[in-house]
Design a protein around this ligand. Sequence first.
Ligand code: GLO
Ligand code: MG
Length: 346
Amino acid sequence: MAKNTKYKFCFGPWNISEGQDPYGPTTRPAQNFDWKLNALKKLGYDAMMFHDDDAVPDIDSKSEQQIRKEAKELKKRLDGEGIAAEMVAPRLWFAPQTIDGAYTSNDPKARKYAIERSLRTIDLANIMGTNILVLWLAREGTYLREAKSCKRSMEYLVQALDKMLAHDKKIRISIEPKPNEPMDHAYIPTIGHALAIAQLTRDANRVGCLIESAHCILAGLDPADEIEFAMTFGKLWSLHLNDQNGLKFDQDKPFGSTNLRSAFNQVRALERTGYGKRGEYVCFDVHPFRTTKVEHWLKHLDNSRRTFLALVEKVRSYDEKKAQALIADRNYQDLDQMVIEHLLGK
Ligand code: GLO
Ligand code: MG
């Protein structure tokens, strides 16, 4: 029997958020990067995820030389703390240049900016010791169907991906699909879309995906099936576990918070397909509730990992033999109850 995976965990500095929403201000005071790195260490996590400007603040106003210098300093600090950088992602959705989208903007200057910034992020990833570039294609979509062409946008996207792949022969691109928010409709809403567009690039083997539980739920899909689908292609290179209560705003709730059975099935999908065996991390893209007090600020991260580890035990102690017998008898009624009672600890 294959050896059990020992999972490695990570989160990003943005996951220690301050509680602002579109209707109200922050409810906790902002903390600096050092405080967050310290918190990550204290919680016993293994790695941190980075946006390019998490690693080098105000990156757009800095020279390439300055960016390299700051990135090297950060890498040294991370090494000193024994913390890895899991990935780097260009935060393209924040810049004034990308109001109408980044790679798929109607403005050629915006598209050029987006590509150049992505190439710089690849250089940053190299210095930080990771070969994973995450692309959450936040503004690649429309508010208005008539404003853009999907076909042309796909062509722009492939051009941009090709430039990134050509820039660095080792970089692997993990596309993080999300069906909506901030856009009405995103052009790459699901893992199927991400893996399909990969096929049109100059090196499909280096274009894979990142699954976020909440994004699958927002697309009306089952995160566990999305995980097994991506793993069938050997293309799941990163993972954002969290939870989401139906078709609402993006909630980024603690893992298992809304639907424990779905969380169980996600962990089961990871265990069954061997996620983590090639060094992939389990990342939690979770946020504290707005009501969270400062003294409870890290609980959503600690709790998400606790739930994950408890579910790993549940998956490993699941009575597979009994399940197979019920499946052979097409007795899905009792299979359903067996899962419920297993989760209830009976
Ligand atoms: C938002 C996304 C976002 C990304 C992160 C990494 O809905 O989940 O948090 O994961 O910016 O690119
Ligand atoms: Mg995410």
